[in-house]
Design a protein around this ligand. Structure first.
Ligand SMILES: [Zn+2]
Ligand SMILES: [Zn+2]
Length: 199
Protein backbone atom coordinates (compact mmCIF):
# COMPACT_ATOMS: atom_id res chain seq x y z
CA UNK A 1 0.00 0.00 0.00
CA UNK A 2 2.72 2.39 1.02
CA UNK A 3 4.29 1.96 -2.40
CA UNK A 4 1.18 3.10 -4.23
CA UNK A 5 0.67 5.97 -1.80
CA UNK A 6 4.23 7.20 -2.24
CA UNK A 7 3.95 7.08 -5.99
CA UNK A 8 1.08 9.54 -5.75
CA UNK A 9 -1.36 7.51 -7.84
CA UNK A 10 -3.44 6.66 -4.83
CA UNK A 11 -3.49 9.17 -2.02
CA UNK A 12 -5.67 7.79 0.74
CA UNK A 13 -5.75 4.46 2.56
CA UNK A 14 -9.47 4.23 1.77
CA UNK A 15 -8.77 4.33 -1.98
CA UNK A 16 -6.18 1.57 -1.94
CA UNK A 17 -8.26 -0.61 0.37
CA UNK A 18 -11.41 -0.17 -1.76
CA UNK A 19 -9.61 -1.19 -4.95
CA UNK A 20 -7.95 -4.14 -3.26
CA UNK A 21 -11.13 -5.45 -1.63
CA UNK A 22 -12.93 -5.20 -4.97
CA UNK A 23 -10.13 -7.24 -6.52
CA UNK A 24 -10.70 -10.00 -3.96
CA UNK A 25 -14.47 -9.86 -4.44
CA UNK A 26 -14.28 -10.21 -8.25
CA UNK A 27 -10.82 -11.73 -8.80
CA UNK A 28 -10.38 -12.46 -12.52
CA UNK A 29 -14.06 -11.90 -13.24
CA UNK A 30 -16.04 -8.96 -14.60
CA UNK A 31 -15.61 -6.19 -12.02
CA UNK A 32 -12.00 -7.00 -11.05
CA UNK A 33 -10.13 -3.66 -11.19
CA UNK A 34 -6.88 -5.19 -12.46
CA UNK A 35 -7.07 -8.69 -13.89
CA UNK A 36 -4.64 -9.71 -16.65
CA UNK A 37 -7.32 -12.14 -17.82
CA UNK A 38 -9.83 -9.33 -18.39
CA UNK A 39 -7.32 -6.71 -19.52
CA UNK A 40 -4.12 -7.60 -21.29
CA UNK A 41 -1.18 -8.67 -19.10
CA UNK A 42 0.98 -6.06 -20.77
CA UNK A 43 -1.43 -3.30 -19.72
CA UNK A 44 -1.55 -4.43 -16.09
CA UNK A 45 2.24 -4.68 -15.86
CA UNK A 46 3.02 -1.37 -17.54
CA UNK A 47 0.09 0.73 -16.36
CA UNK A 48 -0.67 -1.04 -13.07
CA UNK A 49 -1.09 2.02 -10.87
CA UNK A 50 -3.54 3.68 -13.28
CA UNK A 51 -6.03 0.84 -12.83
CA UNK A 52 -6.27 1.84 -9.16
CA UNK A 53 -7.25 5.39 -10.12
CA UNK A 54 -9.81 4.12 -12.59
CA UNK A 55 -11.35 1.77 -10.01
CA UNK A 56 -11.80 4.37 -7.27
CA UNK A 57 -13.25 6.94 -9.68
CA UNK A 58 -16.25 4.71 -10.28
CA UNK A 59 -19.28 5.92 -8.34
CA UNK A 60 -20.01 4.08 -5.12
CA UNK A 61 -16.79 2.05 -5.02
CA UNK A 62 -15.22 3.99 -2.14
CA UNK A 63 -18.39 3.87 -0.08
CA UNK A 64 -19.00 0.19 -0.64
CA UNK A 65 -15.46 -1.22 -0.45
CA UNK A 66 -13.64 1.41 1.60
CA UNK A 67 -15.77 0.95 4.69
CA UNK A 68 -14.02 1.05 8.07
CA UNK A 69 -10.71 2.51 6.88
CA UNK A 70 -8.89 5.13 9.00
CA UNK A 71 -9.82 8.78 8.73
CA UNK A 72 -7.26 10.21 11.13
CA UNK A 73 -5.11 13.33 11.15
CA UNK A 74 -2.53 11.87 8.73
CA UNK A 75 -5.26 10.97 6.21
CA UNK A 76 -7.02 14.34 6.37
CA UNK A 77 -4.04 16.67 6.63
CA UNK A 78 -1.21 14.89 4.84
CA UNK A 79 -2.28 12.11 2.48
CA UNK A 80 -5.37 13.75 0.99
CA UNK A 81 -4.40 17.44 0.51
CA UNK A 82 -0.60 17.17 0.38
CA UNK A 83 0.21 13.93 -1.38
CA UNK A 84 2.73 15.84 -3.51
CA UNK A 85 4.79 16.50 -0.37
CA UNK A 86 6.32 13.02 -0.21
CA UNK A 87 7.24 13.14 -3.90
CA UNK A 88 8.78 16.64 -3.50
CA UNK A 89 10.67 15.55 -0.39
CA UNK A 90 12.07 12.56 -2.27
CA UNK A 91 13.25 14.89 -5.06
CA UNK A 92 14.98 17.08 -2.48
CA UNK A 93 16.74 14.08 -0.94
CA UNK A 94 17.82 12.79 -4.37
CA UNK A 95 19.18 16.22 -5.37
CA UNK A 96 21.09 16.43 -2.09
CA UNK A 97 22.50 12.91 -2.42
CA UNK A 98 23.20 12.73 -6.16
CA UNK A 99 23.39 16.31 -7.42
CA UNK A 100 21.47 18.26 -10.07
CA UNK A 101 22.17 15.91 -12.98
CA UNK A 102 21.90 12.39 -11.56
CA UNK A 103 19.43 13.33 -8.78
CA UNK A 104 16.39 13.97 -11.04
CA UNK A 105 17.14 10.79 -12.99
CA UNK A 106 17.20 8.70 -9.78
CA UNK A 107 13.93 10.37 -8.74
CA UNK A 108 12.29 9.52 -12.08
CA UNK A 109 13.32 5.89 -11.82
CA UNK A 110 11.94 5.71 -8.28
CA UNK A 111 8.57 7.08 -9.42
CA UNK A 112 8.27 4.39 -12.08
CA UNK A 113 10.01 1.56 -10.26
CA UNK A 114 7.73 1.28 -7.26
CA UNK A 115 4.33 1.19 -9.02
CA UNK A 116 5.83 -1.14 -11.64
CA UNK A 117 6.77 -3.79 -9.07
CA UNK A 118 3.99 -3.25 -6.53
CA UNK A 119 1.03 -2.75 -8.86
CA UNK A 120 2.25 -4.12 -12.20
CA UNK A 121 4.17 -7.27 -11.34
CA UNK A 122 2.14 -8.47 -8.35
CA UNK A 123 -1.28 -7.83 -9.94
CA UNK A 124 -0.24 -8.85 -13.47
CA UNK A 125 2.33 -11.64 -13.22
CA UNK A 126 0.79 -12.85 -9.92
CA UNK A 127 -2.31 -13.79 -11.93
CA UNK A 128 -0.49 -15.17 -14.96
CA UNK A 129 2.76 -17.07 -14.25
CA UNK A 130 3.95 -19.33 -11.45
CA UNK A 131 2.77 -22.31 -9.43
CA UNK A 132 -0.39 -22.87 -7.39
CA UNK A 133 -0.70 -24.41 -3.93
CA UNK A 134 -4.45 -23.84 -3.81
CA UNK A 135 -7.11 -24.46 -6.44
CA UNK A 136 -8.90 -21.17 -5.77
CA UNK A 137 -11.49 -19.89 -8.27
CA UNK A 138 -9.29 -17.03 -9.53
CA UNK A 139 -6.10 -17.41 -11.55
CA UNK A 140 -3.69 -16.26 -8.83
CA UNK A 141 -0.23 -17.79 -8.77
CA UNK A 142 2.87 -17.83 -6.63
CA UNK A 143 5.48 -16.12 -8.79
CA UNK A 144 8.42 -17.62 -6.87
CA UNK A 145 8.79 -19.51 -3.54
CA UNK A 146 11.61 -17.15 -2.61
CA UNK A 147 9.58 -14.05 -1.73
CA UNK A 148 11.97 -11.37 -0.52
CA UNK A 149 11.83 -8.84 -3.36
CA UNK A 150 8.19 -7.74 -3.08
CA UNK A 151 7.66 -8.11 0.66
CA UNK A 152 6.25 -11.63 0.34
CA UNK A 153 3.63 -10.60 -2.25
CA UNK A 154 5.26 -12.97 -4.73
CA UNK A 155 3.24 -15.71 -2.95
CA UNK A 156 0.03 -14.34 -4.43
CA UNK A 157 -1.88 -17.63 -4.77
CA UNK A 158 -1.31 -18.23 -1.05
CA UNK A 159 -2.65 -14.75 -0.33
CA UNK A 160 -5.84 -15.35 -2.33
CA UNK A 161 -6.37 -18.72 -0.61
CA UNK A 162 -5.98 -17.23 2.87
CA UNK A 163 -6.38 -13.44 2.53
CA UNK A 164 -6.79 -12.76 6.25
CA UNK A 165 -3.36 -14.14 7.13
CA UNK A 166 -0.70 -11.58 7.99
CA UNK A 167 1.92 -13.89 6.45
CA UNK A 168 2.24 -15.37 2.99
CA UNK A 169 4.23 -18.63 3.18
CA UNK A 170 2.21 -21.85 3.28
CA UNK A 171 4.84 -24.53 2.62
CA UNK A 172 8.17 -25.37 4.23
CA UNK A 173 10.26 -24.28 1.25
CA UNK A 174 8.61 -20.89 0.83
CA UNK A 175 10.64 -17.97 2.14
CA UNK A 176 8.47 -15.01 3.05
CA UNK A 177 10.26 -11.86 4.16
CA UNK A 178 6.96 -10.40 5.32
CA UNK A 179 6.87 -13.01 8.11
CA UNK A 180 10.15 -11.58 9.43
CA UNK A 181 8.92 -7.96 9.22
CA UNK A 182 5.71 -8.82 11.07
CA UNK A 183 7.63 -10.62 13.82
CA UNK A 184 10.01 -7.68 14.16
CA UNK A 185 7.21 -5.08 14.32
CA UNK A 186 5.28 -7.22 16.82
CA UNK A 187 8.37 -7.57 19.03
CA UNK A 188 8.73 -3.78 19.00
CA UNK A 189 5.07 -3.36 19.91
CA UNK A 190 4.33 -1.61 16.59
CA UNK A 191 2.01 -4.28 15.18
CA UNK A 192 -0.60 -6.63 16.56
CA UNK A 193 -1.21 -9.84 14.64
CA UNK A 194 -4.83 -10.90 14.59
CA UNK A 195 -4.24 -14.01 12.52
CA UNK A 196 -1.16 -15.49 10.87
CA UNK A 197 -1.23 -18.87 9.20
CA UNK A 198 1.05 -21.46 10.79
CA UNK A 199 3.45 -23.30 8.53
ZN1 LIG B 1 -4.70 -10.89 -6.83
ZN1 LIG C 1 -5.27 -8.95 -0.73
Amino acid sequence: MLFALIAGHITKTKEWVACHRKHHAFADREGDPHSPLMERLRNIVLKGAFYYRKAVWQPGVLEKYGNGTPNDWIERHLLAPRNWLGIALMLGIDLWLFGWVVGPAVWGVQLLWIPFWAAGIVNGVGHAFGYRNHAVKDASRNITPFAIWLGGEELHNNHHADPKSATFSHRWFEVDIDRMYIQLLSALGLARVEYAREL
